[in-house]
Write a protein that binds this ligand. Sequence first.
Ligand code: TRP
Length: 522
Amino acid sequence: MIGTLSGKSQFFRPGGGGKRHKYRFSRKKEASTLARARWSLKLIVLLAAVGAAVGLGNVWRFPYYAGKYGGGAFLVPYVIMLLVLGVPLLIMEFAIGQRMQLGAIGSLQKIRPKFSGIGLGAVLCGFVVVSYYAVIIAWCLLYSIYSIDLKWGADTKEFFLESVLDLSSNPGEIGQISVPILYSLVAVWVLIYFSVWKGVRSVGKVVMVTMPLPVLLLVVLAIRALFLPGGMSGVIYYLRPNFEALKDFELCSAASSQIFFTLSLAFGIMIAYASFRDRSSEIAKTAIVTAIINSAISIVAGLAVFATLGYMATESGVDVAQLAGKDSISISFQVFPKAFSGIPFAPLFAFGFFIMLITLGVDSAFSLVEAASTVIHDKYPHVRTEDLALHVCIVGLLSGIIFTTSAGMYYLDIVNHFITFYGLVIFGLLEVLAVGWWYGAENLRTYINEVSDIKIGKWWTWLIKFVIPVVLVVLLVTSFWKDCHEPYEGYAQWAIWCFGWGMLIVVFAVSFLFAHFSKADD
Ligand code: TRP
């Protein structure tokens, strides 16, 4: 969706400028007008947060993980991680950004100067993510064009892997850059850049249209697929809970990575976002509602995907599990085009659907550009935000080019595993320790309860100080053990080092050096 954070800067900082201003109604207004203005302001706060969270993480990544890890088996750790990690961390990020009125680096630096490195690391992880995330939006853009004549034909899998990606057989065969994907990528970055300053005025209205429409379409697709032969079997595979799965640490790691990703946690995004809000804005309810809407959308997207997958499995005479697990990273691009076949006005619906996915994705990508510009702006208030955003976009575009090659999907898979698990979990852990122990979770809880409609109990402090750090450390250690013993997905070691560990090491080294040279008054 278009226009969130910059939008907020206008909504919440009427005076503009480098420093955060408390939102005040400058002129006297009638009571009713005032009440309405406040109400719409609250709604916009919520919609903007939802806009940053909901994106391709819900329609592409969630079904991918559900497919890879066994449908209902994935849903159980997902819901648990949402409650244990997602909601408490979202409350924490909202609170710390709003309290400090600074982006991730500044907020953490205020707690302790050296903690600035944690904020930088989070933003860098987000930067790596946005470089491949934009490529996925570019695929959506291509699909919106292919929709016009339903170019994908009957075999949507072959179409995606061969005709669109021209996928090579292994990461070593880099092949060539796909020109259509590259052009789309450029178009996507232009869109992202323009939404930074164009979307500003339209924030509330745009979000209100671009959010419900794709959700409505997803519901329609899900219901329709349910009535196709085999649709139900897909849904059963997806929804049948499997509590045994909780014993498998890999599933729990995957679920935690998905929660961080989908709620944009530990990217510095939600902290930057909250920093634009008035210090007395509601926190707990906003966070809870954001998390609920976000996960509800993921679950509906999963329904549409798995019902259609059930139909596809029946059509080709194989098992749903077999179809779901294989090439699951591309599952949405195999399944959604198929879901449109046979419905009246298919090209029109498909076109609309992919355009809406683009708006969902651009909104999330844009929130990162905004988070990155915010941290730089905090440090160098004299630099114009537009210039910062332009530079961030250009670097993002250039770093995404590697993912447009024939082996791009392999690289994307590796980066997606390493950065969105190790990167986010480690920076998430450091963040939670900094806030929980140095700043003081109880301290923050008092503040949250002062401003929130929903009061949070002592359980939150316990989660932040003890439970979440322990859970994250256990997941880190077990995943590290596994990844050291067997190469992720059997990829060649050089690829894993280059796109996995290597990239992590660079992010950590830069953050560490930054922290090392940080001073209190920077
Ligand atoms: N929350 C977004 C989604 O679900 C994904 C996301 C998180 C993201 N952090 C990001 C996208 C950083 C771009 C950059 O789609």
